[in-house]
Design a protein around this ligand. Structure first.
Ligand code: PHE
Length: 454
């Protein structure tokens, strides 16, 4: 596609909602609450917000700069800025990370759809033991989760195939406000339960004795994941921004929305959990095992309310997953379309098929098929580990170093200030952060993950 006729988001709101749609996802509704639960509640949230503002936003701006300057898929965008140097490899790694994570993210998104269905037909009712078995049976089933994975990827395909404006932007404008309204409804219901104040207190009343290095580094890791940093998504979406989009302001708005949704997700889950005496630190199973139980018990007096809240909740989770999946899918679709010179339809179809296969294998590795476990980790865990804990920090780190130290300074400044039309008074702060603070912080998370720093 010629640069002149490259697709664009049609409006500022479209830019914000689509990119916020990428950021707001399972990371906010599923991962953030259990991370906050395991890491001391309010203190985690304070550190998390600080990480988003100080480190997340500059990293986001960096990817926007590469993407908008490149006006192309992530690999080509880095290649353009790298000007023949090996820094171009970061772009390929970003695309690969985005591609690999799509299939695995689709599996968890598929579970959400299955839970929507189960809520709808009234299968999400029973005692705590039942919910445990239900989840174990679902995730280890040879057919069902694979089918749901393919269904959600097909849905994503149907949106993506319509292009940037009619597909991604239009869907985001519909899905994001819906998600926000559903969230507010459930927060309201949850906070009205008896004993809900304890949950609110857990989220907002910091106990500074709980701060440890662990809390700090978990918050840092979570902030990067939640903002969709280093997966090629931000870079790809930024290539659809217009040259008038204010990158700093957009990054700030998206980060604020992302934080807000994460905190609201906490406000939806903890008051209900405390109200029925469930521990907030039950880990990744919080949403799929603990929560249906919490909703059921909390609304025992009015079973219809329990039914509705549970259904709304899983619809919300699926919508959040879908908008993130769209951005992940778009990374590879734009790559295939532009590098292999295919039509958008073909590119999207090829990516859907390839990621469905990855997703199917990831799903089957959770118990249905033996032999998909290597070195004690299932294929599913491997994808999670390699993308989230190895590729993400490497791509994020290299992007900061590249833009801060090696890329043409004039290009970075031009993009930051929209070619001098914005004052860019924060430019020096931004450069300082990506030159020193962000790479150092990412290095710390990386070492921490491998136990090299405790
Ligand atoms: N940020 C998304 C979330 O919070 C996850 C994601 C990561 C999506 C990377 C796209 C790319 O769930």
């Amino acid at each position: 596609m010629d640069e002149m006729e490259r697709a664009n988001f049609g409006s500022k709101l479209g830019v914000i909602l689509a990119t916020a749609g990428s950021a707001v996802g399972l990371g906010n509704v599923w991962r953030f609450p259990y991370m906050a639960g395991e890491n001391g509640g309010a203190v985690f949230i304070i550190i998390y917000v600080a990480c988003v503002l100080l480190l997340g936003i500059p990293c986001m701006i960096s990817e926007f700069i590469v993407g908008r300057h490149g006006q192309s898929n992530t690999a080509r965008a880095y290649r353009k800025l790298a000007d023949g140097t090996p820094w171009a490899l970061i772009g390929y790694m970003g695309v690969l990370t985005g591609f690999l994570i799509t299939g695995y993210y689709a599996v968890v998104s598929g579970w959400c759809l299955q839970y929507v269905w189960a809520s709808l037909i009234g299968h999400l009712q029973g005692d705590p033991e039942y919910f445990k078995t239900y989840f174990a049976e679902l995730s280890g089933h040879p057919v069902k989760p694979v089918l749901w994975t393919v269904i959600i990827l097909t849905l994503t395909y149907l949106i993506i195939e319509h292009g940037v404006r009619d597909g991604i932007e239009r869907a985001s404008k519909l899905l994001m406000p819906t998600l926000f309204i559903l969230l507010l409804i459930i927060v309201g219901a949850s906070c009205m339960l008896p004993g809900a104040e304890k949950g609110v207190e857990f989220l907002f009343k910091p106990d500074f004795k709980k701060i440890t290095g662990d809390v700090f580094l978990s918050a840092l890791g979570q902030s990067f994941y939640s903002l969709s940093i280093a997966m090629g998504c931000l870079c790809t979406y930024a290539s659809y921004f217009s040259k008038h989009t204010n990158l700093t302001r957009s990054a700030t708005q998206i980060a604020v929305i992302d934080c807000l949704v994460a905190i609201l997700a906490g406000l939806m889950i903890f008051p209900a959990a405390f109200s029925v005496g469930v521990n907030p630190d039950s880990g990744p199973s919080l949403i799929f095992i603990t929560l249906p139980n919490v909703f059921q018990q909390a609304f025992a007096a009015i079973p219809v309310a329990g039914y509705v809240v549970s259904l709304l909740f899983f619809v919300l989770l699926s919508l959040a997953a879908l908008t993130s999946l769209m951005s992940l899918h778009e990374v590879s679709t734009a790559f295939v379309q532009e590098e292999l010179h295919t039509t958008r339809k073909w590119a999207a179809a090829a990516v859907t098929i390839a990621t469905s296969i990855i997703g199917a294998f990831c799903s089957l590795s959770l118990g249905a098929v033996d032999g998909l476990t290597f070195l004690g980790r299932s294929l599913f865990d491997w994808f999670d580990f390699v993308t989230g804990q190895i590729f993400l920090p490497i791509v994020g780190f290299l992007t900061c170093i590249f833009l801060g130290w090696f890329a043409e300074h004039r290009v970075v400044r031009d993009e930051f200030t929209n070619f001098g039309t914005l004052r860019g008074s924060l430019f020096h702060t931004y450069i300082f952060l990506i030159k020193y603070v962000c790479p150092l912080a990412i290095l710390l998370i990386f070492l921490h993950q491998f136990g090299l720093l405790s």
